[in-house]
Write a protein that binds this ligand. Structure first.
Ligand code: SAM
Length: 282
């Protein structure tokens, strides 16, 4: 029984971190003409009106995308941030206000060229319903099903290049090990694919099981980006940071994304820190 709905968290600091990383990766992929298959294993509903009941309840976007949006004129010397904010501007219903936040399907559709393909997996029937009601191009396939199983089954893909986003809700503790196993299987079938994996930083450090699983499984070329908002307080259980792994990152991604992350830290809070390093080398 799935209870997580991303609408409650849309546009929060973790979404900013995840979608900025995704945007930086796809920016590099667009530099070559050869077709790319994109696979989003946990798509969510695609586009989030900030006034919707779920999003308005917690308003997490105020500590996330809204901080960058308010500072956008000061960020326009960083091309990654300014291009990303221009893309955010394209989904707003008015010229100046921030009233929508785009989810990963939107970020991928935005980058899709006629020669590319996109598969969007979503298991929750309500979220899948939202997704299919959106106007999507013909080269997008929405699949109501398990994204980890679906990913492994559909590899290898016929296009020369592959880019995968794995972004589970980690509602169950077992998901950390399941994600590691699925990523290892996927990398065996598509060794040169670019794979992005999101994980939460919790005081309990559950993500270490995922990282250890990948390291033990022998995955190479894994760049890690971790955004930590603060150190946990006594007894705290909620998310204190966001992690992204990029397997087979495009050349130069580490420096470009690292610089943009450093740039936004002061907007996200005094105690926030970014760490960019290699979890596994060549
Ligand atoms: N990737 C989205 C974005 O960036 O906008 C957010 C995804 S949200 C963190 C996780 C989504 O995965 C939820 O919509 C949930 O219903 C869905 N989900 C949970 N388990 C799944 C599974 N095994 N396969 C596919 N989707 C799943």
């Amino acid at each position: 029984m799935l209870s997580y709905q991303h609408a409650y968290h849309a546009g929060n600091f973790a979404d900013v971190h995840k979608h900025l990383t995704l945007f930086a990766v796809t920016d590099h992929l667009l530099r070559k003409k050869s077709p790319v298959t994109y696979i989003d294993t946990h798509a969510g509903r695609g586009l989030y009106p900030l006034a919707a009941n779920e999003t308005a309840k917690l308003q997490e976007y105020r500590e996330g995308v809204a901080r960058l949006w308010q500072a956008r004129e000061r960020l326009d010397d960083d091309t990654l941030l300014s291009d990303w904010l221009c893309a955010v501007a394209r989904v707003q219903s008015r010229e100046t206000g921030l009233d929508h936040y785009p989810g990963s399907p939107w970020w991928l559709v935005e980058r899709l060229r006629p020669q590319d393909r996109l598969m969007l997996f979503e298991l929750h029937s309500g979220e899948h319903g939202h997704l299919v009601r959106q106007a999507l191009p013909d080269n997008v396939q929405c699949i109501h099903g398990d994204g980890l199983e679906g990913l492994v089954k559909r590899l290898p893909v016929p296009t020369p290049r592959l880019c995968v986003l794995v972004d589970p809700s980690y509602e169950l503790k077992t998901e950390y090990a399941e994600v590691a196993e699925a990523v290892l299987q996927a990398m065996r079938k598509a060794r040169h694919g670019v794979m992005l994996v999101w994980y939460p930083l919790l005081p309990a450090g559950r993500h270490l099981e995922l990282l250890e699983g990948l390291r033990e499984g022998g995955v190479r070329k894994v760049w890690r980006s971790e955004l930590r908002l603060r150190e946990p307080q006594e007894g705290e259980r909620g998310m204190i940071g966001s992690g992204m792994l990029v397997i087979n990152p495009p050349w130069g991604l580490d420096e470009r994304l690292g610089a943009s992350m450093e740039r936004i830290l002061p907007l996200l809070g005094e105690a926030s820190r970014h760490r960019g390093d290699w979890l596994a080398g060549e």
